[in-house]
Ligand binder design. Sequence first.
Ligand code: AHR
Length: 320
Amino acid sequence: MTIHKIIAVAALSIVTVAGAAHAADKLVVGFSQIGSESGWRAAETKVAKIEAGKRGIELKISDAQQKEENQIKAVRAFIAQGVDAIFIAPVVATGWEQVLKEARDAKVPVILLDRGIDVKDASLYLTVVRSDAVYEGEAAGDWLAKATSGKPCNVVELQGTVGASVAIDRKKGFEKAVAEHPSLKIIRTQSGDFTRAKGKEVMESFIKAENGGKNICAMYAHNDDMAIGAIQAIKEAGLKPGKDIMVVSIDGVPDIFKAMSEGDANVTVELTPNMAGPAFDALIALKKDGKAPPKWIKTETKLYQPDTAKAEYERRKELY
Ligand code: AHR
């Protein structure tokens, strides 16, 4: 190991979740998590710990605080520790080749969670557990076109983190729906970085630029947290979210169901936070029977409207 690598390993703070001892028969998984930008992300981390516990797996979580360089350091640290597998929720899609080659050389399988990456050589990772994010954006757009009954509708879009596969795909999917429904028009689009604070800030600037919000028919956000920030901005501008400006977003976190039940939001497209469960199962099948998983383990997508919002809120607030 080089001095550089030793320093990187020592500098990383990695939290071990299930049991400190590394028994010979116990799988140890290192998880490079993006951070805690949204309610969905917090839920994914929580569910990963629960799913690890259910299977008796030791999970070491490293928080990258939204930085790819921290994720790369964490992966190197996990390799040095001799973990059985590495899970990565990649903050952005590019820049992964080198460190994934290092994992492959060390014979440590890598499973991607909730976001994809751009690599020429797909053998650099075992599988990816994620939704069809293009479909999520398309479902949101199709719903909006139907809900506005073909009447002209100016949409402002809050994008996720720049360079994240989910932001790219959710934009692509929504644009696909817009191309099929000419009544919808995206008049402004900007990143709100998947956070409530940024979602609110960007929405405020959209409202200011669009005649105090009067030119805006709907707001499409790549996640619920940005939508919740935007709802606040709409209220502060003296408008009624869900009515004066329709609110359409993705994730299915408890707070958006609360907003829907109060009439402040119109629809959410659910992304399950249980990415780790299917990843652990794929890893166990590989280790025990040598069975390789499909390259994409696709999670289910479901659209929710206000009619079930209250019940969904009650159900989810316990889970998250
Ligand atoms: O990659 C999944 C996305 O990342 C979620 O939709 C968003 O809330 C999170 O930050």
